[in-house]
Design a protein around this ligand. Sequence first.
Ligand code: PRP
Length: 212
Amino acid sequence: MVTLALTKGRILRESLPILREAGICPVGDVFSSRKLMFATNIQHLRLLILRGVDVPTYVQFGAADLGITGKDQLLEHGGQGYYEPLDLKIATCRLMTAVLPNVEVRFDRTVVATKYINVARKFYAGLGRQTELIKLYGAMELAPLLDLSDEIVDIVDTGNTLAAHGLVAQKLIANISSRLIVNKLAMKGNFTVVNEIINSIRNVLGSDYEAN
Ligand code: PRP
């Protein structure tokens, strides 16, 4: 049995049509069901519906052979235990810092609220800035308004959420899109089946989608 872990939400909505075109269809309604695991039309392939943050962990430890999740989650996870063969170029957005306008940057020790603690640590260290990092699990936009932090690191798509809270995007950390990842051992052990799945998705996408 080969297991492909998908990310619920926008990535699921945008990845299912690609999978369908690649000949992979879930049995059952993945959007309305409470189930987290689905059989597919392919006898030896099943799907998991996970939170994006958990997909790299499932694939790293081989609980899933393959996964589709955002590059933001891969950057935060660190990339151990899997290859990243394909950039699906879906669910695109930007990982950015954001601040309240007209607030002076504190170079001595900037307080940054984010769920991307590892990404933020690396990014600010690269700028040579001292930071205190505060881990949040959502609603990052509130942190500067309530003096919890000076800055946030978060996903920006339309920019509407930042604007609704009077924040402005400042520095681009990374352009984000969804990636196909593959457990390193699964590439060896289940090579034929796993490779068939990768190739069927690759054939739908075309040659321009190799991850870099
Ligand atoms: C993300 C992100 C921002 C918002 C940005 O949240 O955390 O809040 O989208 O999108 P925008 O620029 O189009 O306004 P999401 O809705 O994915 O929920 P989350 O807080 O669970 O990440």
